[in-house]
Design a protein around this ligand. Structure first.
Ligand code: ADE
Length: 418
């Protein structure tokens, strides 16, 4: 068996974490049981490039139970839980190539190791695996039936590949499922981002001026939770609709040049480059905290910080303090990488339950239906999305109403009015 993990002896701790997460993932557990009985993935080789966490471990276990030959590499150099990686190898016989803190060269070596399995299904969170297949490992394309993509940033990259007619196989965009982005992006990112900032810094949020750059689903979640802990939240947006929404949700909305001078914590969650750049970093107060929860580490202009600072001190784990030429201190968390996975453990299992139920059922759908799919980015089929929502509600012990026949008829008619 091939693998590359930090220390295989960490497996005992990792296995406990995997089991702890499993207890909060009832939908995925039900799918795992069904997969065990039906083996819908028999013969499938699946290479997954996802954050190597205890929740992802349970997804890998589900796919294996379904009969797939699975291997896993990291979708971010800083998000791997080394104990979980060790346990997947030792206790579950799943090949893993991931070490927390790996450099870029190792990160891509690990992606290539996962690709050496010659997958028929690729799974991505950020599209690094699929873009490696399309650029450097094109000989693999002929084996691939389809792929899944977990996150907003990855879906944007893949849609651009589709539009430019370079996408070579069908993709299911898991992020488009309602049971994914309504919950994972908002409540998952909301909680885990605050968790990452607090674990790294142990600061008090109450009373702090907390600037959130980007008011998409993730930004909404972070703003809501920061407000809940007493922070004065300021939103920066470029989209006028979202800016109005943020204002009417009760937040301050302003230009980055104004926020730069008053903010104490700056958090980017836009999917775009240098949104915390010179505009903010040249003017911000002494000792501010700067972090990112967007997929790539491109949102904070680290080059600006490097060029305009005298020294950098690692003042706490996951906190690099740049001493600027003018004497101000700027504290960057988790090297500008996803703070929720870099200095905390990512989204809680209960929300990843729905995201990964979508992943598992999308892999099954692709394996069974690839011949009827084109080289396009597809949403998760509506019936899969709805079945996950219904099952999640059931596991939460919640019963909801259904439409009466009279109500259904009323909704489909146009004659009745005032
Ligand atoms: N993305 C965000 N949180 C995650 C988690 N806990 N596991 C895998 N991917 C994630």
């Amino acid at each position: 068996m091939n693998y590359d993990v930090k220390d295989i002896n960490l497996s005992v701790k990792g296995n406990k974490k995997i089991q702890w997460a499993a207890d909060d993932m009832p939908v995925l557990m039900k799918i795992t049981k069904d997969f065990e009985n039906e083996k819908p993935l028999k013969g499938a080789v699946v290479s997954a490039c996802l954050h190597v966490t205890s929740e992802t471990a349970n997804l890998m276990i589900a796919l294996k139970a379904g009969g797939a030959d699975v291997c896993l590499c990291a979708s971010n150099p800083l998000s791997t839980q080394d104990d979980v990686a060790a346990s997947l190898v030792k206790d579950y016989g799943i090949e893993v190539f991931a070490i927390k803190g790996e450099d870029n060269k190792t990160y891509y070596r690990h992606i290539n190791s996962a690709l050496d399995k010659k997958p028929c299904i690729s799974m991505d969170d950020g599209a690094d695996l699929i873009s490696t297949i399309h650029s450097k490992r094109r000989e693999l394309i002929k084996n691939v039936l389809g792929g899944t993509e977990e996150t907003t940033t990855g879906v944007i990259r893949l849609k651009s590949m589709e539009i430019n007619r370079v996408l070579e196989y069908p993709i299911i965009a898991v992020n488009e499922a309602k049971t994914k982005h309504f919950f994972d992006n908002r409540y998952g990112t909301g909680q885990s981002t605050i968790d990452g900032i607090l674990r790294a810094t142990n600061i008090l949020l109450a009373g702090k001026k907390f600037v959130v750059v980007g008011y998409g689903w993730c930004g909404k979640g972070v703003a809501m939770r920061a407000k809940g802990m007493g922070a004065n939240v300021i939103i920066l947006e470029v989209d006028p609709f979202k800016a109005i929404e943020a204002k009417m949700d009760g937040f301050e909305v302003m230009h980055s040049s104004e926020a730069a001078e008053i903010g104490e914590i700056f958090l980017s969650v836009t999917g775009n480059i240098n949104v915390i750049g010179e505009n903010i970093l040249s003017k911000c107060k002494d000792n501010v905290i700067v972090a990112n929860s967007g997929h790539f580490d491109a949102e904070i202009d680290l080059n600006y910080l490097k060029k305009n600072s005298k020294t950098v001190v690692e003042i706490r784990p996951f906190v690099k303090q740049y001493i600027m030429n003018d004497g101000r201190r700027i504290n960057v968390l988790a090297d500008g990488r996803l703070v929720n996975l870099g200095s905390a453990e990512g989204h809680p299992a209960s929300v990843m339950d729905m995201s990964f139920a979508n992943q598992a059922l999308s892999v099954k759908y692709l394996y069974q239906n690839s011949s009827s799919l084109e080289k396009k980015v597809y949403a998760v089929p509506e019936d899969i999305d709805r079945s996950i929502a219904e099952l999640k509600l059931k596991t939460m012990g919640i019963n909801i109403d259904t439409l009466t026949n009279e109500q259904k008829e009323y909704l489909s008619s146009w004659e009745s009015g005032t």
